[in-house]
Structure formats: C-alpha cells, structure tokens
Design a protein around this ligand. Sequence first.
Ligand code: FES
Length: 174
Amino acid sequence: MAWIVKNSAAAQIDRRDQPYLDQDLKTHIETDVLPRYPTKRAALLPILHAVQHKHNWIPYQALEEVADFLDIAPAEVADTATFYEDFWLQPKGKYLIMICQSITCELMGQVNLLEKVKAKLGISVGQTTTDDRFTLMTAECLGSCDTAPVALVNESLHEKLTPENFDRILDSLS
Ligand code: FES
C-alpha cells in the first residue's frame, strides 16, 4: 500500500465576505446549544450540525469560524469534522439519495436499482448532478430490511423500491 500525501499546507480555502457562522446562528447556539454542555468545546458536534443544517454543508471557512467562536484550534475542528461521515465538507445536492447496499437490500435488487438511478441522473456514487439537485450515495443497513430494497432521500425513507417506482419518486421531487 502506498501513502498519498496531500499538500494541505498549500491548500487554498475559498472565502466569502459574509460569515457562515452569522449572528442568527450564534444566537441560536448561545441560547439553545451551549447551555446544555459543561464547556463550549463540548458543544462542537451540535454546532457543526447546526452549521450544516443551515448551509447544507460545512465549508472550510465555517470550520475556521467555529474554531474562533469556541477558542480552539481550527485543526481540532477539522479533525472532528473529517472524522464523521455525516459532515459534508463539500457541497451536496438539494436531495441526498442514500441507497442501502447491505445484504438484504442487495439480495432484493439494490444493485439493479442503483445502476438505474446512476443512469437516470448521469452520476456515479459520491457525485452531485450539475444542477445541484441530487447527490447519490450508498449506505449500510438502514434498519428496514423487511421492506428491502430501501433508500433515504434526505430524511424520508422509501421502501420496497423498484427502478420504476423510485423513478417516479425522484420525478415527483420539486
Ligand atoms: S439491508 Fe437494507 S435496510 Fe437492512
């Protein structure tokens, strides 16, 4: 196995003038989040979730703003954000499709379903359509094996999927 070294020190961070951790978000965090934790840094995970909930992803600029807000090093925030798959450090589509690829769903037709969705959207797993509407991912067991194959579209679970009925579901999204 070969290690691939990324030149992170020379990486450029896209920046905008308007902060991602704006006053509304800070007020929400100070009012609703921080009182539930013994220290500010202990609230890092819910703060990252709040940023992602507002912006649909977490830009690197936002990681720096969170670090500044919590008085911790940006590297600590980046460590946490990159550890958990739930955090999106690149933009994702309006609709996040997560097709279960675990054994029951696989036995019930997930492979064909995934191929049809890839062909319909013109993207592979991990990619986003050029109109920013759909991001396609796979997931491990979503806990609904009895209605396999299943997929999540944002927070909605869709069960007993076929290429045809999932096609209609995707077409119905605004
Ligand atoms: S294997 Fe797909 S929901 Fe369990």
